[in-house]
Design a binder for this molecule. Structure first.
Ligand code: PLP
Length: 374
């Protein structure tokens, strides 16, 4: 079978082989429930705590600051709702129009419960600059939630500066780092964030598992009621195999971070050079500070959906916007937020390159685009 060129790594990533192998024993032989007191549960419990320590070390957190979840969506929902439900004064949440629906829809849900939310508009390049936050924040702000890197544009937000502003006004800061963790250096102490969401399947780990970093001393409401797991903050029998797989995948990506970035940036440069040499007419969205391998392109008077399907027929997987939006045929909320002209927005595709992509893949992508849009 002809190799499928997968260039939609922002939607999900291929499972790291070491992660897969590390998961197997916890599914087949060591299947004990980590919460039970007998000997058979000792190893799974140990594996759980080792995974927590590994993940904590990768983002410079303490192990007890890492809470396992079912992925990015749950981590975001927990941060937004858990912070609101711990606040009897119903103070304001500030977020941005760039956020993933996991944050935006969680914010809409708390608004219906009378917790006010303010939505900041980004610049036309897709950034929430410090003065934008300054214009919205006040002493009644409880939480600021701004994503670390956007899932359509790849734009990296000035989180450290935004966090400083939030803290100066007595607010806490959450960042959805789902697209960034395992791809660029993340240091929760240096950023000084209070909460950070991550999802394993975005960094070559398994699907359906992630974590929420909650800084020691930050109070939020538990998310799922039930047993005493995750320090009584998130009930439910732990998904040991997936958690172990997540830790191995994250450590592998963090250990090879510089090499992966170098490789992916090399591919991105080839992609742009070849597009230019082919004389293809496009607009590139986003700005200079962005994740490696993220390429959002708008083709004037073209249809992104058509490009996607024609590329799929040629054996290439790309996206028109975010994968979570594939059923919604409207122009994406991110492209609207950056005020992209509607005719350009409709002709927008997202190519997201990953560590398993090769130069050959990039040449195939460019060849396909030449045939479709030129
Ligand atoms: N946040 C961002 C920025 C994302 O890109 C995604 C997934 O696309 C999510 C949250 C949701 O993560 P998950 O798929 O693990 O629920």
């Amino acid at each position: 079978m002809k190799e499928y060129v997968y260039a939609d790594n922002a939607a999900t990533t291929k499972l790291d082989k070491d992660a897969f192998e590390a998961m197997i024993p916890w599914l087949i032989d060591e299947y004990g429930n980590a919460s039970q007191p007998y000997a058979f549960s000792r190893k799974p419990r140990q594996a759980l705590e080792e995974a927590r320590a590994t993940i904590a070390a990768c983002v410079n957190a303490l192990p007890e600051e890492i809470y396992f979840t079912s992925g990015g969506t749950e981590s975001d929902n927990w941060a937004i709702k858990g912070s609101a439900f711990a606040d009897c004064d119903h103070q304001t949440t500030i977020t941005s129009l760039l956020e993933h629906h996991a944050v935006l829809h969680a914010c809409e849900a708390i608004e219906k419960m009378n917790y006010p939310v303010v939505y900041m508009r980004p610049t036309n390049s897709g950034y929430i600059l410090p003065d934008i936050l300054e214009n919205h924040i006040n002493k009644k702000t409880r939480l600021v939630s701004v994503m670390l890197a956007n899932n359509e544009l790849g734009t990296i937000q000035p989180i450290k500066e935004l966090c400083k502003i939030a803290h100066a006004h007595g607010a806490i800061f959450h960042t959805d780092a789902v697209q960034a963790v395992g791809h660029i250096k993340i240091d929760v102490r240096e950023l000084d964030v209070d909460m950070l969401s991550a999802s394993a399947h975005k960094f070559n780990g398994p699907k359906g598992v992630g974590f929420l970093y909650i800084k020691k001393g930050v109070t939020i409401h538990p998310y799922i009621d039930g047993g005493a797991q995750e320090n009584r903050m998130r009930a439910g029998t732990e998904n040991i195999a997936s958690i172990v797989g997540m830790a191995v995948a994250l450590k592998n990506n963090c250990d090879a971070l510089e090499a992966n970035i170098k490789h992916i940036m090399h591919l991105e440069r080839i992609l742009i050079r070849e597009l230019n040499e082919a004389g293809i007419n496009y607009v590139r969205n986003g700005g200079a500070s962005k994740l490696p391998g993220f390429v959002s392109l708008s083709f004037p008077r073209k249809d992104g959906e058509v490009i996607l399907h024609r590329m799929d027929l040629m054996g290439i997987g790309i996206s028109t916007g975010s994968a979570c939006n594939s059923v919604n045929k409207e122009v994406s909320h991110v492209l609207k937020a950056i005020r992209l002209d509607e005719s350009l927005a409709k002709g927008t595709i997202r190519i997201s390159l990953g560590k398993y992509n090769t130069e050959e893949h990039v040449y195939k992508i460019v060849d396909a685009l030449k045939r479709i849009v030129k």
